[in-house]
Design a protein around this ligand. Sequence first.
Ligand SMILES: C[C@H](O)[C@@H](O)CC(=O)C(=O)O
Ligand SMILES: [Mg+2]
Length: 435
Amino acid sequence: MSLKITDVSVRDIRFPTSRSLDGSDAMNATSDYSATYVTIETDGGAGPTGHGLTFTIGRGNDLCVAAVKELARMFVVGRSLDDITGNFGAYWHELVAGDCQLRWVGPEKGVIHLATAAVINALWDLWAKQQGKPVWKLLVDMTPEELVRCVDFTFITDVLTPSEAVAMLRRVAPGKAAREQEMREVGFPGYTTAAGWLGYSEEKMRRLAREAVEAGWTHLKQKVGADIEQDLRRARILREELGWDRKLMMDANQIWDVDQAVSNMRRLAEFDPLWIEEPTSPDDILGHKAIRDRIGPIGIATGEHAHNRVMFKQFFQAGAMDFCQLDPARLGGLNEVLAVVLMAAKFGVPVCPHGGGVGLCQYSRNVVMFDYIAVSASLENRVLEYVDHLHENFVEPLVVRRGRYMPQVQPGYGVTMKPESLERFSYPDGAEWRS
Ligand SMILES: C[C@H](O)[C@@H](O)CC(=O)C(=O)O
Ligand SMILES: [Mg+2]
């Protein structure tokens, strides 16, 4: 019997991270990591529930909550799960394009697309729970044809067609079982941003970097962009702690113009950064390409603010991105993530998803496992971001061993929060905010 979706509710959950400056960067000095948290109920409460979220950094949550309510009313409540997942790509298209009045406030970008992510990811969570598998395993066990049916190829067929995608997936299928076993045994390589937040003092940063090295991390990311002299000083401290065999990455969070990015990165080049992330406006594809051409061999990483598959298509076509940092809650949920993962494989760009936000590491570990096992079949230049705060609020803990992510075990997409956390951090009425 198919599950019938009988209700969708949405909560505004905010964590006061601005008090400790966790998550701070040159553009976002005081962010409160927040989740627009969606719950899908089935069969009048008698069936399983699906949970999804989108990430904001505070006040924008009000807007996302309102957008989720509209999408849920129009496209989710009253539907059967089998009807949705039977042709998930077509359903996704209906959600993003089926109502011209909602589409107008995107299209496929901004608040409405963030809300799409929360709803779509909650549907994936529900489907995976119904199937008794974590999302990565649900994906890995699909045939190429089943996977491709989950993708909406609208606007990307000039670079990737459904039949090409099927052929790509078939080519790597013979090694899937071995790669799955490898992931279960040794996990997926990660990097930590936990020491590098811009608001942390230099003493704290040094101490956290030292602890990160002791814990086995081989890659660490530093926030830059507020002041170049400070950036140089902090990079020196990090190199003293990391040595020169470990990798150092830098993230400017969109703060520079193109020429500024070039001159600042030429100065920071002495610290041998693997990449500079979001050196300028996230929409400036040709600007990224110009920076890349002028500061090589430093790589260009971007994507956490690239709002849809068409942006990624152009970054790939322009040769403007060396590391694809897709964000699982900024793209319109997992269906669109699949489109980007497939295009990245075709263009040979490694996928290193964005994890800096509440719930993003949880989603992204499913994405990288799937990408490695079933799509790219490569670990070259691939690392998944790790931030260390707020994980205690989720039902299933993240497991990281010596800097490597272990696969999610429980069924679903991994972002189900503990009831007590939902109560405490509900905005504005939860205990955390009332006080
Ligand atoms: C506001 C977020 O913490 C942002 O700094 C995250 C980010 O850029 C990253 O993790 O990368
Ligand atoms: Mg970033």
